[in-house]
Ligand binder design. Sequence first.
Ligand code: PRX
Length: 656
Amino acid sequence: MVERDVEKTIEALLEERRTFVPPEEFTKQANVSDDSFYEQAEADPDAWWASQAERLHWFQKWDHVLRRDPPHHEWFVGGKLNASYNCLDRHLEENGERVAYHWIGEPGDKRTITYAELHRDVSKLANALKSLGVRRGDRVAIYLPMIPELPAAMLACARIGAAHSVVFGGFSAESLKDRINDADCKVLITADGSYRRGGLVPLKQSTDEAVKDCPSIEKVVVVQRTAEDIDWIDERDVWYHELLKDASIDCPAEEMDSEDMLFILYTSGTTGKPKGIVHTTGGYMTGVSSTHNLVFDLKPEVDVYWCAADIGWVTGHSYIVYGPLANGATSVMYEGAPDHPDKDRWWQIIDEYDVSILYTAPTAIRTFMKWGTDYPAKHDLSSLRLLGSVGEPINPEAWIWYQEFIGGGKTPVVDTWWQTETGAIAITALPGVSTLKPGSATRPYPGVFADVVDEKGESVGLGGGGYLVLTRPFPSMFRTIFGDDERYVKTYFDKYGNETYFPGDGAKLDEEGYYWLLGRVDDVMNVSGHRISTYEVESALVDHHGVAEAAVVGRKHPKEGETIVAFVTPKGDVTGDESLMKELREHVGKVIGKIARPQSIIFTDDLPKTRSGKIMRRLLRDVAEGRDLGDVTTLQNAPILDEIRAKSESQKASEG
Ligand code: PRX
């Protein structure tokens, strides 16, 4: 025991004892109701993944399931398929009239798009792209708001074998330019503008600013969304609707090799130049179809499924577009902000469309907690039967709140760990069989093999904390970083060698082998020689009834290595004052231990976040240390940092 303590890389301090067994009624109807898939996949992972690949339509079947060449692997070698065909054509005969998307615009406009209609639009756009000179193997940039033309554009690219690179519509001209140039895109598909929180986002203006420095772009296709006045460059710009008007509806899908690139997606990392994550066709489609079916327990005939992410992130690629469409699901797609016109917009949508499955991020859940329970209480949410979480560790209190106030205390909550790099969910509960523990993503998906290891790569064993690793390739993993394979090898396979993928996350294994993700290893603090994850201290803070959200960082200290600084957002009606500070310190001491008590607590209405909602602890570290701020280009809510900095400085002064 003593020996293992010394070897521990990250302390596992927080103990969450609540468990939730799957409701019997749920298990009875579930797509997974026993452990047989786990057993099959454990015994013969290749055969398991081949069985999942059979969910797709292949023009030609593969010769080999897996060709290993660490750290480069190929899946379903020799197989031919098309992602767009799998998402559309094969549903037409039986389910062409099924709704693919119930789309809701922020201002209140609505569209219902069936599979047949989506197939028609995609085919036309695919032909139109060809007429603009886009060929198999080219790259197309897509910079669109959450409108139906976005999935259509992705599928049109896939149909003709061009890789898409979707750039989140909230990114600046500068970010767009860098991504277009890195991928050498030939065409850009954008919109005149979009709506956000009642305001207009001038997308075409950012496009014009970016594209003037993008020599590879030959044409810009513009969707008319807001009909605001925009600048127009005749020889370069073309309206989407005009392009489609004359395009033929007949566009057979290209037969793509399983290993042909489907898309590039730049990661929203908090530091460094964005990495162009490359996903290929056969493996990715297998992973998203399989996980979307089993993790969300999908019943495509009856479920109304809503993944409330933006398609600009991998969550949207995999679980708004490719996974749900491959599975013939009916999805809700919403364009705008959760608080427009009021803070109950999501709940109103769930009520109106009888949404049965909701997938969102802890950051959204904590925001809803801050707004209070009156908003969800105004609506009938009883259609919900399953909830999912992704993007960050979910604090146990947020998990419980989500289940109680959104799920009516009855729905399973599946916490799903994965990354842009893994393409599909990798560690997760399966709702019909997993006993849930709030805050734990439970265990690896069938066919995914993981471990928690120390600095030297030795397993820490049950009860230990350390680094998460994935020890066997699986189909949906990315293949490389676009144009920089050296960086691919160095970033992910340097630490433990070519056979072991290092995702960069800390984790602990509990005595029952459950995985508890502890956030990025860059965020781990060193307090008096103890490596403590920020997540655990944050969870202890959120566990207090007055706290909606918390971010914790380490501040260098001459004696203790680092001391803990906490930035805390109280719930709506709670005041952040001296007495709350004292209470919170005591609370953390009680929940985790004295070692984890924050030395300073700063109350703030909001926390600095990336555009995908992840807390930017790096910037809070800069604030805590009184340094100049590092790179802020991915920051969503810049003004809050000035406020936090002012409070931090005055508090430091008063602490002497
Ligand atoms: O740190 C992990 C965290 O998000 C990272 C991946 O971010 P991104 O590539 O933007 O993809 C987000 C959507 C899949 C991971 O390395 N993360 C994601 N999901 C979880 C999580 N951390 C803990 N629990 C999760 N469920």
